[in-house]
Design a protein around this ligand. Structure first.
Ligand code: MRU
Length: 352
């Protein structure tokens, strides 16, 4: 059975506490927007698509309990709550785009005299619920397109070896995964010889979450420390790198977990194709380039401690940006649910 980070039934939402993985599997109840904000901000739920879905579902749960029967009040509350949810983490764009879409829907429903307050609520909640289904469908399409693109990269070699960074699997999405979805699809073809996943310091999404998913799915995989990427590419022939994205700018520059940029540079040096797998909901056409992407900085403790145990010299200063931006020039292709696009060609799928 595949891992489930989000358990939802109308009126009830639970998320798997990713801070406790891989050692404990404990679900946290999300009773409304305040809880939704907290689980996102504390990183109990992570990954750009999962953040968006959990944030919006927390609003759906809260709305169901809301007794308001005035559409204008509902519209106002929805806008305020969505903006609050967007503030929980700044880099991933999916929640911002979802919020904009939902605010537009609330505006339309509230202005339409033929829509009752009851029907407003019903249609609004259904729209949020559809995000869960759509994300899984999109991930499967990404998996298929990514698998085809990577198989085309094989030169006389019949087996694929891929490297991935951070977590992009079932835990980071509604299910199946983006970059890990591509890996899952490759595995189904029996052409996948091996996956290498980075530890992903300082928060260890690779060691804790991706490694956990790969073991769970019985996909042949090896964990490496982030600083081993160049050595790995020198020692073993890697067919392709595939990573996820938190925000892709209009020119293809891509913000993803810290460390992604240096992997792309190393891949270029070794002539290894570098793919970003991301749904269209991760593409922010309002930003011209990656320079305008806001990068979240996290507490020093993530670097200085392992759990509660201090490993860094007391007194040392730290810099802990959680994401970096890989320039489009280092990206071979962006794998979306609509196909694989050159990073400088995103206008083709998302015209301005
Ligand atoms: O800080 P996190 O754990 O939320 O960061 C997650 C990542 O950077 C993922 O690689 C990205 O969101 C892609 S998720 C499919």
């Amino acid at each position: 059975m595949s891992l489930e980070s989000i358990k939802y039934q109308r009126g009830s939402l639970e998320v798997l506490d990713q801070l406790l993985l891989p050692l404990q599997t404990i679900y946290i109840k999300v009773e409304g927007v305040e809880d939704g904000w907290k689980v996102i901000n504390k990183m109990q739920v992570r990954g750009a698509p999962a953040i968006a879905i959990v944030g919006c579902l927390s609003l759906a749960v809260e709305l169901l309990k809301d007794e308001t029967s005035d559409k204008k009040v509902m519209r106002q509350e929805i806008e305020g709550k969505l903006n609050y949810l967007v503030s929980a983490r700044p880099t991933a764009v999916n929640i911002k785009l979802a919020a904009e879409e939902l605010i537009n829907l609330a505006n339309t429903l509230s202005a339409d005299e033929n829509v009752s307050a009851k029907s407003f609520k019903e249609r609004f909640i259904t729209c949020i619920e559809n995000m869960l289904v759509k994300d899984i469908e999109d991930n499967k399409a990404i998996g298929k397109f990514g698998c085809e693109a990577i198989l085309k990269q094989l030169e006389g070699d019949s087996q694929v070896r891929v490297l991935t960074h951070c977590n992009t699997g079932s835990l980071a999405t509604a299910g199946y995964g983006t970059a890990l979805g591509v890996i899952r699809s490759l595995h189904k073809t029996s052409r996948l010889e091996h996956v290498y996943c980075t530890e992903t310091r300082p928060y260890n999404q690779g060691a804790r979450l991706t490694a956990y998913e790969l073991v769970h799915e019985k996909i042949p995989a090896t964990l490496i420390v982030d600083s081993m990427v160049a050595a790995l590419m020198h020692a073993r022939k890697i067919t392709a790198v595939v990573v996820g994205a938190d925000r892709v700018a209009a020119n293809g520059d891509t913000a993803n977990k810290i460390g992604t940029y240096q992997i792309a540079i190393v891949a270029k040096h070794h002539n290894v194709p570098f793919y970003v797998a991301a749904p269209l909901t991760s593409i922010d056409m309002s930003l011209k380039s990656g320079d305008s992407i806001k990068i979240e900085e996290r507490p020093d403790k993530e670097m200085t401690h392992i759990g509660d145990f201090r490993i860094a010299a007391p007194g040392i200063k730290c810099w802990n940006p959680s994401f970096d931006v890989t320039p489009a020039s280092l990206i071979t292709g962006i794998i979306t649910e609509k196909g694989v696009y050159a990073p400088n060609n995103l206008q083709e799928i998302l015209p301005p």
